[in-house]
Write a protein that binds this ligand. Sequence first.
Ligand code: ATP
Length: 335
Amino acid sequence: MSKEYNITLIPGDGIGPEVTEAAVHVIEAAGVNVNWEVVEAGEKVIEKYGTPLPDYVLNSIEKNKIALKGPITTPVGKGFRSVNVALRQKFNLYANVRPIKTYKGIKSRYDNVDLVIVRENTEDLYAGIEHKIGDYAAESIKIITKDASEKIAKFAFDLAKNEGRKKVTAVHKANIMKFSDGLFLNTVREVSKNYEEIEFEDVIVDAMSMKLVQTPENYDVLVMPNLYGDILSDMGAGLVGGLGVVPGGNIGKDIAVFESVHGSAPDIAGKGIANPLATILSSVMMLRYIGENEAAEKIDAAIAKVLEEGSKLTVDLGGSASTKEFTEEVIKKLK
Ligand code: ATP
């Protein structure tokens, strides 16, 4: 009897239920035995519980230590914090990992991008420390600590080492923000000395944006503070075919939440046409995290085949297949 895993499943808002259902089916077809604890969060529970993130969601994640999450909409102007930011802060999921990779069959200007963005997930301008100065100014405070910079740097170098990657690039703006980004850069540089087998370089964020568009194939692991990571992740998605393609994981000391980079896409919700690829790939990251490497490889290979054949691509990738048709094709290739 194979091992059974207890994993929290948050279907989420918009296209969330459709794309997480697809991931559940694929994992099941790959033979991994998961007992999914389904907990609802987001818009649909606000009326009943007065919050998009009720305690039962937090309790479930705390208990199972691992979750697969669909996107959750943050209601604008209703006084709720972002569920995503709240989860990251509550469980100190300090590393946000987003692999950006080209696949044969997905239209892109590039054909050999394979990099990982490691984004610090808990501080920087996301610390939420802002105030108005009368009606004529406002101030947002950017917090960078040595401790968080050290943790994210170690995470990036360990990831490079474990995945057999060759180079870590620190992205920053230390020439202007000499104290905050300066601290980040110096800390990453210090950490790099413990990993002599991995090349280290640093690039200023504006130059990085240009280089990523010109020669993305030159980069391997990129480590950066929160805001630059937010922006370059979406740009990275643009390099390899868009938001439907890029997975992600929020990883802490002993808890991890996996989710795609894209949001709830309300414009196509309920139509059965959302691309489940980013969420399926997020679940593949999750399988690797729990040590189910063989199943992860199998799913990766099945996806690569479906994409290369190209007859079952979803609408965002220029095809006409539904969410279900794409998912069924992946499952067919698994078998
Ligand atoms: P949210 O408010 O939850 O962030 P959003 O609509 O502002 O949602 P996204 O959902 O991230 O932002 O994406 C923007 C657009 O990209 C969507 O409206 C949709 O048209 C497209 N898109 C995003 N994800 C997918 C997907 N998985 N499949 C197909 N199209 C997608």
